[in-house]
Design a protein. Sequence first.
Length: 337
Amino acid sequence: MNTSLQQAIFDHIRRQVPPEQKLADVLSGLLHLQKGAVYKRLSGATPLTLEELAILAEHFTLPVHELFYPDKPMFMAEFSAAAAPVSVMEYLRLLEADLSPLAGDPSARVWHVTVGLPDFYYYYFEELTLFQVFTWERMVWRNPAWQHRRFSLDVPEKKEIMTLATRLAHFFSRLPVVEIWNEYVLDNLFQQILYVAQSRLYEEKEDIRRLMAAAARLVDHLEQMAFHNRRFVPEGSPSDNDPAWSLYFNETMKNNIFFLVESSRGAAVYATLDNPNFFKTTDAGVVEHIRGVFERLIAQAVPVGGADSRYHHAYFEKLKNRLSFFEEQVMRVMEGG
């Protein structure tokens, strides 16, 4: 193997090994080699075998396209729905695996651009979490076990789901985040509730009423958090120890939904593909492109957070007006059914 290529491979691996671990120790255990043999490979004196390269590529998700085809416009990504079957617990555990290390990393930063509210905010409320689960299982993943089920707030999986969802909300709340929204950020939720009401895909009308009430509480809580530039649990209060949260409004942006996450382990871009499914890439070119997109969008945005923001009240009035508009439609459907 070309020496420079082998060094490029080890450079990628070094960026993934935690600072408290030694690269030679990690490789020794992974490749079942003595330390001396590992150091010869690190120095380039001994080339990696094809079997060793395959082990490293799989374990560290090496960007093979970047290493072998550096001049081609390609990048590698992970797709959350690639491993079938998909279930809500598998999906939530996948999120937890990515989020939990970030929550304990003081260098972690998140930038988010979206036309739909991040699911993590729904996890603050049991009703909204269970509704999201219903739409994913029945409508997105089309899980056969859910095709004859109707939306209900009394489901046998509730405790298990809420335990994990609450943990995810906690992890996400510990990250400093800059977000850019538009005024239709909740429309997808409202449209889904209206569809379920119109299609009679619910067990009890009271569950839909409770769902709309939870949506109203969510809007109120988002407004409070934006006012303080901090994220905290509903009915809680902000403190200086809470991570900063900066919210911006951009009324001209297209249908962008992506996260840019930076931490001591590097940078990654997450983008939705058949929501809630997403793809993730650490490709340097994609990361740099998304940084540019974010900078362009934020230059055209206005801050809606903080007590001094003159846009704060106006923005959340827009959200409340959207809520009232859809609530009227949902209640009209319920009264006619």
